[in-house]
Design a protein around this ligand. Structure first.
Ligand SMILES: [Fe+2]
Length: 323
């Protein structure tokens, strides 16, 4: 079986190929993968993959093990189009890989084969673009802070809650990053609201309230000018919509409201209630939870409210916080 498969693989292919047995010993490596990993083919074949690749460490961004081959052998499940970051003797590279289970004569899993396509160049371009976007967002956050320090702190608080919620909801790593950015800029439109209304300590008149409400649409139009920020601009535009359709600016309801906006609604309320303002003290977290439960289905998406409360419950258990 093994020989048949190796016959099929073209060792001159620009794609990399690696095969290990159940002891993680490399039994096949073509020239391309050896070159990429700076290994001599004769030394690499027969050595343990664990000795060559830092497979036990997780990549700080993707959180994945460095070796899909080892993961496949351990879990017994093939991986499709998995991005992986190989780190060998100080050289680091991104690959796109598929893994294949190969059973022996008795039908037992004996080998795992993987193909590798070099995507390092594209990943570096992508990382660079993300850094540029992050710098723009940071500048916006600073611009808010220069006018209104509460909104800056509140935005950072909401961004952290959004990040935790997205992780709890098992969103992909890239989406988690977008969710965090949406939290950081959700109130960016307050830049366009007159200061005497924004920081008015007493009750707002109906007219002043209508002006404040414009901040979500103003924020969306600021962000819509940045390439690649369409999803975040949409999230910001709709972060004051209510699940029952009674919010603003468009009165969207239920799942018509973008997912990031439904998440923002819950995180925004929790952070606002648990932060002190010049005209009132902060509410205890228990009261904020009661409010989220009470408004589940009217103001908030019930599934998101439930996930948020569960996430905070586990956070309490982890950090021994008294809620
Ligand atoms: Fe807002």
């Amino acid at each position: 079986m093994r020989e048949k498969i190796l016959e099929v693989i073209d060792s001159g292919s620009s794609q990399g190929w690696l095969m290990i047995d159940h002891n993680y010993t490399v039994i096949y490596a073509n020239e391309s993968i050896c070159q990429w990993l700076a290994q001599e083919q004769v030394d690499f074949i027969g050595s343990s993959l664990c000795d060559v690749i830092q497979q036990q460490k997780k990549h700080p961004i993707s959180g994945q093990l460095h070796s899909p081959l080892i993961e496949t052998m351990k879990v017994g499940k093939e991986l499709i189009r998995r991005e992986c970051y190989l780190s060998v003797q100080g050289r680091n590279k991104w690959f796109l890989t598929n893994t294949y289970l190969i059973a022996g004569e008795a039908g037992k899993l004996e080998y795992v084969l993987a193909d590798y396509v070099d995507i390092d160049r594209y990943k570096k371009i992508e990382a660079n673009l993300d850094n540029i976007n992050l710098s723009i967002i940071r500048s916006f956050a600073e611009a808010i802070g220069a006018r209104d320090s509460y909104t800056k702190e509140h935005s950072e608080g909401v961004a952290e809650l959004m990040l935790e919620l997205a992780q709890y909801m098992r969103m992909g790593q890239h989406i988690v990053g977008r969710v965090y950015l949406a939290g950081l800029v959700h109130d960016i439109g307050k830049i366009g609201i007159p200061e005497h209304i924004l920081n008015k300590p007493g009750r707002l008149t109906a007219e002043e309230f209508a002006i404040i409400q414009q901040h979500s649409a103003i924020g969306a139009s600021i962000l819509a000018n940045i390439n690649g920020f369409e999803d975040i601009a949409r999230a910001v535009r709709h972060h004051h919509e209510r699940f029952d359709g009674s919010g603003y600016p468009e009165g969207l309801s239920g799942l018509e409201i973008p997912l990031f906006s439904r998440m923002l609604a819950v995180c925004d309320t929790f952070d606002a209630m648990t932060s002190a303002r010049c005209y009132r003290q902060s509410y205890p977290p228990g009261e904020a939870f009661a409010e989220i439960r009470r408004c589940s289905g009217s103001q908030f998406d019930p599934a998101i409210s439930k996930a948020f409360i569960e996430m905070m419950y586990y956070r309490q258990a982890d950090k021994k916080l008294k809620l």
